[in-house]
Structures are given as structure tokens and as C-alpha cells.
Write a protein that binds this ligand. Structure first.
Ligand code: PGA
Length: 251
């Protein structure tokens, strides 16, 4: 298995001082896990402090969002250029932004394009609602989100895609590993269709949605799951360390 990717989305769940404490606590305990790629996504105001706490460590930092324009009068937004000065990864199209902040497929496509321009590696999130799953539309929805999100991305070299069923996020009800695999195999086929078999096969696919220390290995065992994007279980240092330990055992 290639190096598993364990990505921690801290969302808006920590203050700056809590983020610093969390970074300090995982840093010392994660140093030994050479076989796992660990990414953490702190809230914007904590990025710089977390960066300095994790400097010279193997843990990479990313942003949870960014705007698509280079610069200009966009009060409150954060530009790709600013992100690029700080870190190398960004989560784009998270369902919380799509649903709560009305982010459109078109905006997400522009953000993916901007990330590529500034050499920031995006994690494009896709996933269906419960109603869409119940009416057998999951694959149609994730295919649309994938193709529109990558509309302007010619070279997918730095792209990662996270399959995060909306009904599984923060609910404690994860998809079954088999169900996730089925939809992620479909995403893989869509990527291979768009970018060619060789490039499509290399794009890391992450599962997200109620990943815990108990279920993480079952996801990572699946053929088309290269890693996980974790919310709640990533802000508890003990559970996050345990998750990384489980991932390291698979290498
Ligand atoms: P969760 O969140 O692990 O708390 O379900 C995952 C995510 O939103 O990325």
C-alpha cells in the first residue's frame, strides 16, 4: 500500500491557544511514524503559530479554505498568494461551505484553478446528501462535483479528492467501508476517464465522515482509499495519535 494520508480538519473547533496546545501535543508523539503522511488544517488565525510549533517536523499544514482571486477588495477573504506564503495544502469544496455558505461548484472550480496556479495542493471534497443517497443519486452527484470542480484543472498532479458523504459528517454514522469503496472506485474511474489511466490512478482518494480510531483501518484496507480526512476525532490528541498508529501498521 502507498503511504497512507491522514488529514486532520480542525474546522472552527479550537481557539488559537487550543490549536497551539493540540499541535504541541501531537508533534512530540507523532515523530516516529515515518510511514504516514500527516496533514493538519488549523483555523486561519492559528496557522502561523501551528506552523512554528510543527516546523522541522514531518507534519504538513494546510488551510481549510481560500478565495480564488489573486488580490483585491474582498473583505474578509484570504487569497491563494497568502496561503502559498504559509502552507502547501488547502481543503476546497467542503460540504459545510457548500451548504452553510452557499459555495457553488463554479466557485470551487475557480479555487481549484487558483490553487494549481500557486502550487498549493488542493483536497477537493465531494459527497451526497442522505436524500440523494436514498434515491440512488450518490454517484451522479459526486461525478458532477468532481468534474465541475476540476473543470479548469488540466494537470491533476497535486490534486487529492475526499469522498465525504454529507450524512456521515459529524453524525457518528460513517459509511460502511464497502459503501465508501464502491463510490470511491467510481470516483477513481471518473478521474481515469478525465486524466488518463496512469494519472487518474495516482490521485489520492480520501474518505471522510465519522472516521474514528475504531473504524479507520477498515477504510484504509479498501482498494481505492488512500487516506482519511478526519474532523471530530482529529482534535482529540489521543484518538488522533491512535488513528495514525493504526495507519502506520498498514504500511
Ligand atoms: P467528521 O468530519 O470526522 O467530524 O465527521 C469530517 C470532515 O468534515 O472532514
Amino acid at each position: 500500500m502507498p503511504v497512507p494520508i491522514i488529514a486532520a480538519n480542525w474546522k472552527m473547533t479550537t481557539t488559537i491557544s487550543e490549536a497551539k496546545a493540540l499541535a504541541g501535543s501531537i508533534r512530540s508523539r507523532l515523530e516516529k511514524f515515518k510511514g504516514v503522511q500527516i496533514l493538519v488544517f488549523p483555523p486561519f488565525p492559528a496557522i502561523e503559530s501551528v506552523l512554528s510549533i510543527l516546523s522541522e517536523s514531518r507534519i504538513a499544514i494546510g488551510a481549510q479554505n481560500m478565495y480564488f482571486s489573486d488580490r483585491g477588495p474582498y473583505t474578509g477573504e484570504v487569497s491563494p498568494e497568502m496561503i502559498a506564503e504559509l502552507c502547501k495544502y488547502v481543503i476546497l469544496g467542503h460540504s459545510e461551505r457548500r451548504l452553510l455558505l452557499n459555495e457553488s461548484d463554479q466557485e470551487i472550480a475557480l479555487k481549484i484553478q487558483a490553487a494549481s496556479k500557486y502550487k498549493i495542493k488542493p483536497i477537493l471534497c465531494v459527497g451526497e446528501t442522505f436524500q440523494q443517497k436514498e434515491s440512488n443519486q450518490a454517484q451522479q452527484v459526486i461525478e458532477r462535483q468532481l468534474y465541475t470542480g476540476t473543470e479548469y484543472l488540466e494537470n491533476p498532479i497535486d490534486l487529492m479528492v475526499a469522498y465525504e458523504p454529507i450524512w456521515a459528517i459529524g453524525t457518528g454514522v460513517a459509511a460502511t467501508p464497502e459503501e465508501a469503496q464502491l463510490n470511491m472506485e467510481y470516483l477513481r474511474a471518473c478521474l481515469e476517464k478525465k486524466y488518463g489511466i496512469e494519472s487518474g490512478r495516482k490521485i489520492p482518494l480520501l474518505y471522510g465522515g465519522s472516521v474514528t480510531k475504531e473504524n479507520v483501518s477498515k477504510f484504509l484496507y479498501q482498494k481505492d482509499i488512500d487516506g482519511t480526512l478526519i474532523g471530530q476525532a482529529s482534535v482529540d490528541p489521543d484518538s488522533f495519535i491512535y488513528i495514525v498508529t493504526q495507519a502506520a501498521k498498514l504500511v
